[in-house]
Design a binder for this molecule. Structure first.
Ligand SMILES: C[S@@+](CC[C@H](N)C(=O)[O-])C[C@H]1O[C@@H](n2cnc3c(N)ncnc32)[C@H](O)[C@@H]1O
Length: 424
């Protein structure tokens, strides 16, 4: 990151710019539509401009919300794009992203609560990368927009257990991985140790490599190791406790990135659906909302991944004190639960991936479901689907932003909907 007062650059494309705002992807934006990564609103900068993109050559005057990034890798590592902005600014900005997306769909005057910001070093799930070269092994996040790995000596977002294991993992993996091969590395910090899943292109899983990988897992004390979708060794079950229920997630399965965020979102859903008796948990994953709701209501969990449903069902079978939980594998993009099927439920949780749940929102709009909690990771698809629901007779009572991806442009939204116009 260039320092305030560094010598000015003398390239032809250098221009003096003022950053007006942060664009929705987190890059600073000028009033004439030039995007500048790592800039802050109010920054006066000299920048190398190339069309609609520019990079900072020198900061002349920093904007009021610019702070010193604490991570030594900030700027190079693509894991965080916004550590140069104060947490207060970012939480307001993330809240605005949701209000603005709703406003663009004509949904104004909605109560958007202050953002609930999760603590640093709390991200328990990460997609890292590894590559062995003649210089040794690199493990880390990628540089933004590239396949170059930034090795990590520090990280403000990952849990200490993940960060603390990377050196030992590197030492053990280096002799096992093929040279110059880009390896995907999913890591989960479970309650019984790390669960690591490697994607190694063109890697022969023979007896010898399995033995070497198992020895590596023991040397680093992994709970479980999988390679290219195959279990290599499970030394302990990689348990995560969800709403008091111990669950063993399948390798690489979805899990809310930060435990505290999961609890906040469960609390919001449970409060909104407190008087329901039978709830449909749509896009249920391994049961984040199903288990929280099953303390008081019967739950039907619908999800596209069979392995996630198997983990959910196995955990439900082992646990006392839950109301019945049924599961259904279903592609909810192609085959949403239709209005006549939704008659069975007096509450719904909807937690789709980034594209949202347009078809399911349309079916809910046609249904008589009285109460709905929509948990979203995309303000744009959330606002689109909220419009459909409101047009179908729902009222959007409140939205709570939850920031579990600190220093990135990502934000979760928990929307509470109640049916205003009753249907039969
Ligand atoms: C954002 S995650 C939420 C999971 C869960 N509710 C949680 O909080 O852990 C979205 C889930 O939708 C599932 N999914 C993605 N596309 C789907 C589809 N077309 N039909 C059904 N489920 C799908 C994914 O497998 C994933 O479990």
């Amino acid at each position: 990151m260039p320092l305030v007062g560094e010598a000015p650059v003398s390239h032809g494309a250098a221009r003096r710019l003022t950053i007006a705002r942060l664009g929705h992807k987190g890059d600073g934006e000028t009033d004439d539509g030039i995007f500048v990564p790592l800039s802050a609103p109010g920054d006066q900068i000299v920048a190398e401009v190339d069309g609609e993109r520019a990079s900072i050559a020198r900061i002349v005057t920093p904007g009021p919300d610019r702070v010193d990034a604490t991570c030594p890798h900030f700027g190079a590592c693509g894991g965080c794009a916004l550590q140069h902005l104060s947490v207060g600014f970012l939480s307001d900005w993330k809240r605005e992203q949701i209000a603005t997306a709703l406003g663009q769909r004509g949904l104004t005057g909605i109560e958007v609560a202050p953002t609930r910001v999760m603590p640093p070093q709390s991200r328990r799930r990460a997609e890292l990368h590894a590559r062995v070269t003649q210089m040794g092994i690199k493990i880390g996040f990628l540089e933004r927009g590239s396949r170059v790995i930034v090795p990590m000596s520090a990280c403000d977002v990952l849990t200490p257990a993940i960060l603390g294991a990377l050196d030992a993992l590197g030492v053990q993996l280096e002799p096992l991985l093929p040279l110059h091969t880009h390896v995907a590395m999913h890591v989960l910090d479970s309650e019984h140790g790390l669960d690591v899943s490697l994607g190694i292109p063109d890697f022969a899983l023979d007896i010898r490599s399995r033995q070497a990988l198992s020895a590596m897992a023991a040397a680093v004390d992994l709970a479980r190791l999988s390679v290219n979708g195959e279990l290599i060794i499970m030394r302990r079950e990689p348990v995560v406790t969800i709403a008091g229920v111990p669950v063993v997630p399948p390798p690489e399965s979805f899990l809310q990135a930060v435990r505290e965020a999961e609890v906040h979102m469960q609390d919001l859903a449970c409060k909104a659906l407190v008087s329901t008796k039978v709830v449909a948990d749509l896009f249920a994953g391994i049961g984040t909302f199903a288990f929280a709701l099953a303390r008081t209501a019967k739950v039907h969990a619908v999800e596209g991944e069979q392995s996630a449903l198997d983990a959910l069902a196995a955990a439900a079978r082992r646990t006392q004190g839950l109301k019945p939980i049924s599961t259904e594998r279903r592609d909810l993009f192609r085959r949403p639960l239709l209005a006549h099927e939704l008659k069975a439920f007096d509450g719904v949780v909807l937690n789709p991936p980034r594209p949202g749940a347009k078809a399911q929102a349309e079916a809910l709009a046609q249904s008589a479901v009285p109460a709905l909690v929509y948990v979203s990771c995309s303000p744009a698809s959330f606002a689109r689907d909220a419009r459909i629901l409101v047009d179908g007779g729902f009222e959007l009572k409140t939205v709570t932003p939850v920031d579990q991806f600190l220093w990135t442009p990502h934000i979760e939204a928990v929307g509470i909907f109640e049916r205003r116009v009753k249907r039969r």
